[in-house]
Write a protein that binds this ligand. Structure first.
Ligand SMILES: CC(C)(COP(=O)(O)OP(=O)(O)OC[C@H]1O[C@@H](n2cnc3c(N)ncnc32)[C@H](O)[C@@H]1OP(=O)(O)O)[C@@H](O)C(=O)NCCC(=O)NCCS
Length: 346
């Protein structure tokens, strides 16, 4: 009988980029832009992603990583991470590689000062997280969509396309009256002030949004052509939004789905003005729909008024890496606040 191969596990460094990409291609059948992977794994403001690779000799067979973020746990700031890009080569699945890599990555993360992790697993990884890795499913976060040009969707028969497009053009959008709208990132001073106001307004546990982190999060290297939309009233920044869509660097897999990744501002008419602008610009760029994930009450009210509908629920899972955060009620679902940009696939 052939002996089971002895796998070696190692901490990922920047030299592993091509190895990770080779595994990704084997697992998913395509690759993301190289600049995107470099940006996401190695260029984050809080250091490179803690990540572990499993090798069978020279062959990459498993990978697990977390994406660093600062998290405000009802006001207390800690280093945390989002679980992402869990993958095991199809020839090696069912041998416990995923839990082994995940545990190694948690040890590595804890040693680097990470306190807490969150994630939105798919049905394949969900059981492993809950049953073997001590994660808690605290509740669900809603995925919202707003059709823009349904005729571009592969599921819509071509004869019905023009009619559905016309119907969708009658959906509510909201108005930009009362505001000066500008495209492009605002001054970092204004942005910092606006984000502090917003953090206070929504409260709870949330990803910390400093201007520098936001600048990195929506950088050109992500190849999503992110665009900032700002609403000013009498020279004061009242609301901001960011949206993007995979660009030509994604080749065949670019799906023409626009992502709303930020929407904030305590004045709800200003948020509406941002959304009206985003919808218009996504239409001009031939998006088939706009999507986001959020449970922030203020934002969901604005989404509804602009024709967004609940599409599905995504399970939110949480795992503490340190008893030190136990008193912060990290498993209390109602305290968490998320929006699109907090989710690695947006
Ligand atoms: C999800 C994934 C990472 C799990 O990796 P893994 O190393 O196979 O994990 P495990 O060995 O713990 O197996 C997970 C479960 O799948 C079963 N399984 C999966 N493939 C199997 C196979 N080829 N033969 C036997 N069992 C298999 C295992 O028995 C186990 O079920 P159990 O928990 O009821 O015992 C892997 O399936 C994968 O890479 N999928 C594609 C990428 C993906 O969807 N990633 C998740 C992104 S959130």
């Amino acid at each position: 009988m052939k002996a089971k191969p002895e796998l070696s596990l190692h901490q990922v460094t920047v030299q592993d980029l091509d190895t990770i990409r080779a595994l990704y291609l084997d697992v998913w059948g395509y690759n993301r832009p190289r600049t995107f992977d470099q940006w996401r794994f190695f260029d984050a403001p809080y250091g490179i992603c803690p990540a572990v690779l499993a090798m069978d000799g020279e062959r990459p067979v498993g990978f697990y990583t977390v994406w660093p973020v600062k998290i405000r746990l009802t006001g207390r700031m800690v280093l945390g991470g989002q679980s992402m890009d869990t993958m095991t080569h199809p020839d090696y699945q069912g041998q416990g590689i995923f839990p082994k890599l995940a545990n190694a990555c948690y040890e590595l993360s804890a040693a680097r000062g990470y306190k807490i992790l969150y994630g939105f697993p798919n049905p394949l990884s969900y059981p492993g997280f809950i049953q073997r890795l001590e994660w808690q499913h605290t509740g669900d976060i809603t995925h919202w969509i707003r059709p823009i040009r349904p005729s571009g969707h592969p599921g819509i028969p071509s004869l019905l396309g023009p009619v559905t497009d016309l119907i969708v053009r009658c959906y509510p959008k909201g108005s930009t009256r009362q505001f000066d709208i500008s495209i492009g990132i605002p001054s970092l001073d204004m942005l910092g002030g606006q984000m502090r106001e917003w953090n206070k307004q929504i409260g709870g546990h949330q990803i910390d949004r400093t201007p520098n982190w936001l600048k990195w999060r929506y950088a050109d290297q992500s190849e999503n052509d992110y665009e900032w939309v700002c609403a000013y009233r009498q020279g004061k920044l009242s609301a901001i939004g960011v949206w993007g869509m995979q660009n030509v660097q994604w080749g065949q897999v670019a799906d023409q789905r626009a992502h709303l990744v930020e929407l904030s501002g305590i004045d709800h008419t200003a948020r509406q003005a941002i959304l009206a602008t985003v919808i218009k610009r996504a239409f001009q760029k031939s998006a088939i729909l706009i999507e986001t994930m959020t449970n922030i009450g203020e934002v969901t009210a604005t989404l509804r008024r602009a024709g967004f509908i609940r599409h599905r629920q995504a399970p939110l899972i949480i795992r503490s890496l340190d008893n030190d955060v136990a008193d912060a009620a990290v498993y209390d679902h109602d305290l968490w606040r998320f929006i699109g940009g907090d989710v690695d696939t947006f």
